[in-house]
Ligand binder design. Structure first.
Ligand SMILES: Nc1ncnc2c1ncn2[C@@H]1O[C@H](COP(=O)(O)OP(=O)(O)O)[C@@H](O)[C@H]1O
Ligand SMILES: O=C(OP(=O)(O)O)[C@H](O)COP(=O)(O)O
Ligand SMILES: [Mg+2]
Length: 436
């Protein structure tokens, strides 16, 4: 992907302007209209005193029962950009989504994430209850050095996922400068990623976003063949659309995880209680026949680990066409690990997104961890992407994680990138679009 027309946050720092102009939209109450520059100690360049909105992807994996954050990599990876802005004397406003809150519900708060960010950075993190309007404006206006503002879960507002201009305008009122460092979310045409940057005169890419686009570039510009992609995970209806396009890119496609169940069902196998996407069965059939016509190899599980409940202490390995009544497939079996391992060992390029099973539960983690081990030892250029896949690779062990050439924070985003699609969040940063 070409980065023409995209400024980096570092370029904004070098801008000759050193202080924010008073912004008529800036303040509330007593301080309205007096957003004067208040550079922090050692403030440099063009961000001092400006309100800098940084879209981050703090959609971290967490334990559904305890709420505990199980992998904070997405927070850690955003810190260099946050620090850069803080040390330049900016008033930093962070914004992210977290999970997929039920419509009208505020059940996935970013407050615990703010707590972890504070622990990791030493900054004081303020989380206003309201996403837009006077409350966050006041919090932002009052920020002192060492303090930053983290907005609540953007998906609490229904305008976010609708890419709503009105919601974007309200977010725009909170800041002078827009920075996107949310690689994991750039494939979403959502308000904070797509509509908002186009309303902002100053917009730039953060350090993580640039690092990701550069690292993944090797998968898009003439990747070395044989090229194997391994897909799994749970976001089947989102990601299955990408699979068709991947047929034009890869030589072999290994499909595991919940994604595989829909393909097994499309082949006529009885998947019993397994999670499948009924409305994607015709597409799965089309993909299987297109792959055959094009000579692309699609490998599906030949054996799976089944159980009757998600909390089971143990599962049993059965053939993929012999799932017992009342059971569901929750991991790939040992024969499938060996089957997928073969092309992986011979490949020059390997891309993996989506765990092979419900790896958060020990009984269903083996297929994912074993495959991670095989990939980490493979000699090809090996990349894994996705909030959950990256977490699984780290859980498989430090040595395993070290064997990957790149561990990306984005799953859906890296999939769409390697497929060759334009990423709405990246396109919206280009200077040709929007107000300039
Ligand atoms: N067979 C399966 N049944 C239920 N859940 C599964 C199965 N396989 C994978 N998963 C779940 O998929 C989730 C990750 O999916 P996804 O978000 O698409 O991956 P990533 O974050 O790596 O892009 C994990 O929480 C995992 O437990
Ligand atoms: O976790 C994410 O993607 P991933 O699971 O594909 O890695 C991103 O934060 C996007 O989240 P979304 O798929 O709910 O839009
Ligand atoms: Mg995920």
């Amino acid at each position: 992907m070409k980065l023409t027309g995209i400024r980096s946050i570092e370029e904004l720092l070098e801008a000759p302007e050193t202080a924010a102009k008073a912004d008529p939209r800036a303040g509330v109450g007593a301080g309205a209209g007096k957003a004067e520059a208040r550079p922090g100690a050692g403030a440099v360049g063009g961000l001092a005193g400006k309100r800098v909105f940084i879209r981050v992807d703090f959609n971290v994996p967490f334990d559904k029962k305890t709420g505990e954050i199980t992998d904070d990599a997405r927070i850690r990876e955003a810190i260099p950009t946050i620090k850069l802005a803080m040390e330049a004397g900016a008033k930093v406003v962070l914004a992210s989504h977290l999970g997929r809150p039920k419509p009208g519900k505020r059940d996935l708060s970013l407050v615990p994430v703010g707590g972890r960010l504070a622990e990791l950075t030493g900054y004081e993190v303020h989380v206003p209850e309201e996403l837009v309007g006077d409350a966050p404006k006041k919090v932002i206006y009052d920020l002192r050095p060492g303090q930053l503002c983290l907005l609540e879960n953007l998906r609490f507002d229904e305008g976010e996922e609708k890419d709503d201009e009105n919601f974007a305008k309200q977010l725009a009122e909170l800041a002078d400068v827009y920075v996107n460092d949310a690689f994991g979310a750039v494939h979403r045409a959502h308000a904070s990623v797509h509509a908002l940057p186009r309303l902002m005169r100053e917009r730039a890419a953060g350090l993580l976003l640039l690092k990701e686009l550069r690292a993944l570039g090797r998968l898009t510009t003439r990747p070395e063949k044989p090229y194997v992609a391994v897909l799994g995970g749970a976001k089947v209806s989102d990601k299955i659309d990408v699979v068709e396009a991947l047929l034009g890119v890869v030589d072999t496609l290994c499909i595991g995880g919940a994604m595989a169940n829909t393909f097994l069902a499309a082949q006529g196998k009885d998947t019993k209680k397994s999670r499948i996407e009924e409305d994607k069965l015709p597409l799965a059939r089309t993909i299987l026949s297109k792959a055959e016509n094009r000579g692309v190899q699609i490998l599906l599980p030949t054996d799976v680990i089944v159980a009757t409940s998600l909390d089971a202490e143990a599962g049993s390995a059965v053939a993929a066409d012999a799932i017992p009544d009342g059971a569901m497939a929750l991991d790939i079996g040992p024969k499938t690990v060996a089957l997928f391992g073969e092309p992986i060992r011979k490949a020059k390029t390997i891309f993996w997104n989506g765990p092979m099973g419900l790896f958060e539960t020990p009984a269903f983690s083996k297929g994912t961890f074993e495959l991670a081990r095989i990939m980490s030892k493979a000699s090809g250029f090996t990349v894994v992407g996705g909030g959950d896949s990256a977490s699984a690779v780290k859980l498989a062990g430090e040595e395993v994680a070290k064997g990957f050439k790149h561990i990306s924070t984005g799953g859906g985003a890296s999939l769409e990138l390697i497929e060759g699609r334009k990423l709405p969040g990246v396109e919206a940063l280009r200077s040709a679009e929007g107000v300039e």
